[in-house]
Design a protein around this ligand. Structure first.
Ligand code: AMP
Ligand code: ZN
Ligand code: FE
Ligand code: FE
Length: 281
């Protein structure tokens, strides 16, 4: 049997692996196919694709867009997107700027709270265009301003905590359209994590192509529930570990193993989309 892991992060957002390290770990796990889904960027895809090609592993381009619908945050995965699509690059570039501004705001809030973190320390550690709260937390630990990442989130960075800053997000409906115009397929990420089932019909009406049924934080019962929802709405089924690097001394990559038949269905759907939209790359 061949397996895939279609939800992975690298240093191009808040993961700790380089694309090359990620592919090495995928190889170790015996995966036949991976997708890179860094937050609000496709920058790592070129290197990940090259590293995969060197070891004859299949690669699916991807991104994980931070979006919202009806006041709920929803992550929308874009698979098989053209990573050179200018409309996509321009729009995610705006959200990368939003992320960078938010780092400044969170550090300013920490400073007001008496935590002497320098914004340069966060940007030096993040060293990417799509920084996030994990980089702030890691910089705090590195500068010995807090004991652990968990403590940084619990005391300061979690929603509602004093250094939390809300993030401007694109609408989920726009994210679906943005992914489609870049030749890709839009998939709702980890629905069981956010408990946002009530927005699924709206997303389907907007053209959602798939739903992530298998995820590290989904129980078997949840996965079964989302498989039923996929069936009901005729959605593609995807899955992945959402690995961000080492977590408790072990990377999550490969802990969620998506049967390869689902990748074939994804590819077939992408071909149909390309056929239905002549003129798109
Ligand atoms: P951001 O995109 O900046 O809002 O950061 C979101 C990321 O922070 C998620 O992808 C998680 O990896 C991480 N995260 C969110 N909440 C926590 C938490 N309580 N503890 C550790 N990491 C978290
Ligand atoms: Zn993340
Ligand atoms: Fe996510
Ligand atoms: Fe993710």
């Amino acid at each position: 049997m061949k397996f895939a892991d279609l939800h992975l992060h690298t240093q191009f957002s808040d993961g700790t692996f380089t694309p090359e390290e990620l592919v090495l770990h995928a190889q170790k796990q015996g995966l036949a196919c991976i997708a890179l889904t860094d937050h609000d960027t496709v920058e790592g895809c070129v290197r990940a694709a090259a590293a995969c090609a060197r070891v004859q592993m299949e690669f699916v381009t991807g991104t994980e867009l931070t979006a919202e619908h009806a006041d709920t945050e929803v992550h929308v995965l874009g698979y098989c997107v053209d990573t050179h699509n200018q409309v996509l690059l321009d729009r995610i570039g705006q959200f990368q700027s939003v992320r960078q501004r938010r780092i400044h705001e969170m550090v300013a809030a920490l400073n007001r709270l008496g935590v002497p973190l320098k914004v340069e320390a966060v940007f030096a550690l993040a060293n990417c265009k799509s920084p996030g709260r994990p980089h702030v937390a890691r910089a705090m630990v590195k500068e010995k301003l807090i004991g652990s990442l968990d403590e940084a989130f619990e005391r300061f960075l979690k929603r509602g905590r004093p250094a939390w800053v809300p993030k401007t997000k694109m609408s989920a409906l726009e994210s679906v359209e943005l992914i489609h115009q870049a030749g890709g397929l839009a998939v709702m990420a980890h629905p069981g994590l956010n408990r946002t089932d009530e927005i699924i019909p709206d997303l389907v009406a907007a053209g959602l192509d798939g739903i992530e049924c298998f995820h590290t934080k989904h129980s078997t019962v949840m996965s079964e529930r989302y498989l039923e929802i996929a069936e009901k709405y005729g959605l593609l089924v995807t899955g992945g570990s959402d690995c961000h690097g080492y977590s408790k001394n072990k990377p999550l990559i490969g802990t969620v193993r998506l049967p390869y038949a689902y990748v074939e269905k994804l590819r077939a759907a992408q071909q149909r989309l390309a056929g239905a939209r002549p003129g798109q790359p």
